[in-house]
Unconditional design. Sequence first.
Length: 420
Amino acid sequence: MKTLIHNVKRLGIIIIFLSGYGSVYAQNGNDTFFTVTGKLKDAQTSEKIMYATISVPGTGIGTVSNSEGEFTLKVSKASNIDVFEVSHLSYTTTRFKISESLAPEKTFFLEPQSIMLSAITVIPNDARSVVEMALSNIRKNYPEVPNMMTGFYRETIRQRRDYLSISEAVVDIYKAPYPSMQNDQVKIYKGRKGTNVKKADTLMVQLQGGPNVSMLLDIVKNTDLSIALDNLDNYQFEFASIVNIDNKPNWVISFSPNIIKEEPLYYGKLYISQDNIAITRAEFSLDLKDADKASRVFVQKKPMGLIFLPTSTSYLVTYKEQKGKHYLNYVRVDLKFRCDWKKRLFKNYYTVMSEVAITDRHEDNIVKFANQELFKSNMVFADKVQNFTDPDFWGEYNIIEPEESIESAIKKLSKSMKKE
């Protein structure tokens, strides 16, 4: 099994000492597009709906709501698009008119959708057989031609509650066909970052690989990486429940390690559509029972005497169906670590988050990027993104609306940099 830990493109955390300050820029307005801004809530409980997909039907245009249920969608006025739709796990996919949605801070309600089992619904003999069918259907359910995608990528690093680094960019993605041995490619279009290092000897945590890691976490294309679906003997599979995604019933199949291996395995859930037996969503976390083994997945370089152990991990991968094919839609990674120095009264906690939302896509005249344009897996995104800064670049590009705490952090970082 070739998991991320055995691959040069693995998810890595580099621990180094450094200090420095980045730059943060404001977003400018534009009158060539409609901007829909709002918050998603459950129509019955008024609970916020996080990580929902907001899209324009029949196109690749879209975004994702943040952890507060907030989103911003930008649609070109010249496109003559009238509606957008919102979909989420176990909610009725709902369309809204753009002309009626332009009020600031508007709330959009989604109705929970109960599962109605058809009289002819057939329950498979075992959960593993469903996973096997989903893997055998990859060629049928996912694009066999390359796609050019536009994505919005963000990563943040926190020490306890304080943000140390915020980096984000619009990226171009060459998405290779399913299945194939071709690698996906990422190119930074424009980006920005803010960095707050209070002391010259402050420990700085950096995430290696950036948006490339998000592409590797496409578990359908990269069955030999991440949770390693190329060897199902590693896991036990069980039916957990049935939920609706995009108004279609999906089996929820839980999986857990079946054997002990040199590298840690994962616990999680696969969501598989009953309609076409396609994987539509995956949620998983690394087995942390052996802390030292789990640490080797992430830590590539650290100072002597430093203990840096993961305390929790969370991965989310979603796909969106369009014209009978499923496309990568959203990837989110949340990692938490405990930091200890041997023989010192020093302990701290770090949270690393990265996410990418696919905001546009097309299949016309697709050409791979030149080698010098590529963002490579051994690069640190926060170091590279500053080379692409443009104060006006956000324009009509769709982004993931930042949480209020992130916006506050950006303001604090801006103030601290001005003082310097």
